[in-house]
Design a protein around this ligand. Structure first.
Ligand code: ADP
Ligand code: MG
Length: 297
């Protein structure tokens, strides 16, 4: 578990982090916020690169700063990935292998085909996207308990994005890896995160479990009998839209409660369809928290 508690970091009098707290338990946690929100600064504290002015950064209860054991359990893809100037992927592999006790050569060899990158070429000669792929290749081969990814898919083409996420989600499911990933775009984290934290101006505004959100908000498509001339007016919908005879309701309740509520009008059809992450946030936070809506959409 990664716990950041009340972390504050000031650069030349500017608060890049302002009493920020997050808790990352397992699975995939998405840290979302606009450019300058403080995401990279937060991740650098978790990687033990920065020391906060105040607050705590704990990995399974231990402070990470200057803690070699903790650092050897976390692999990362920073936004400014550091490699030695004239290094090849193979050279960097040796560096990582020396640092990460669980580094797997078998994994490294297997991934060679997927990434299709020449391990003997100078990393500096690669395009941005290829450098990112090389960073992924090495990070995943470390077999870490935690992976910290700072805007990892920026610069990757859609096919490679899917590849990379498929490997990551496989590791989450099979090895219980915990992934902390940042993005300035909520849509990018759709389908992969089970927890989301929203940051702005150095603060964490909220943290949510997506399954909790999904259990609380439902989208139903309903077709009523033709004899019904007007829509029922006692359904507590957050939003209703109609396309011909198909009416779409967004309701703040479970799918089973919503279906039961609609069934008293004897509809010809009721179908619950999944909400997108974006829709969940709009409706979950609609009205109450415009600040958050503006930030993430
Ligand atoms: P994000 O990753 O969310 O885009 P960052 O964490 O990179 O945001 O930056 C948050 C704020 O802190 C920005 O205003 C940035 O200019 C400032 N900042 C980050 N790192 C430094 C630094 N080393 N020195 C001075 N200012 C910094
Ligand atoms: Mg950043």
């Amino acid at each position: 578990m990664i716990e950041v508690k009340g972390l504050t970091k000031t650069f030349d009098g500017f608060k890049a982090l302002d009493e920020a707290s997050i808790t990352v338990e397992s699975g995939v946690y998405g840290l979302v916020g606009p450019n300058g929100a403080g995401k990279s600064t937060m991740l650098r504290h978790i990687l033990g690169i920065y020391k906060g002015d105040s607050g705590e950064v704990l990995l399974d209860g231990e402070n990470v700063y200057e803690n070699v054991n903790a650092k050897a359990r976390i692999a990362s893809i920073p936004d400014d990935w550091y490699y030695f100037n004239s290094a090849t992927v193979k050279d960097m592999m040796r560096v990582y292998k020396g640092f990460y006790p669980k580094f797997s050569m078998e994994r490294y060899e297997k991934l060679k085909d997927i990434f299709n990158i020449d391990e003997n070429k100078n990393i500096r000669s690669f395009s941005k996207g290829m450098q990112k792929q090389a960073a992924f290749w090495l990070a995943i081969s470390c077999m870490p308990d935690y992976l910290v990814l700072d805007e990892p898919v920026d610069g990757l083409d859609p096919v490679m994005r899917r590849q990379v996420w498929s490997i990551l989600l496989g590791d989450v499911a099979e090895r219980g890896v915990t992934v902390l990933v940042s993005s300035h775009n909520l849509r990018e984290l759709e389908d992969v995160c089970d927890h989301v934290g929203i940051m702005n101006k150095g603060k964490v505004l909220l943290e949510r479990s997506l399954s909790e959100l999904q259990d609380n908000t439902v989208k139903l498509q309903v077709v009523f009998d033709e004899n019904m001339k007007e829509l029922p007016n006692d359904i507590p919908a957050l939003h209703v839209s109609s396309m011909g005879r198909v009416h779409t309701y967004i309701l703040r309740m479970s799918a089973s409660d919503a279906t039961l509520l609609l069934s008293k009008y004897k509809p010809l059809l009721v179908e619950a369809i999944p909400l997108t992450l974006e829709e969940i946030f709009i409706y979950e936070l609609g009205g109450e928290n415009y600040a958050v809506k503006d930030i993430i959409l």
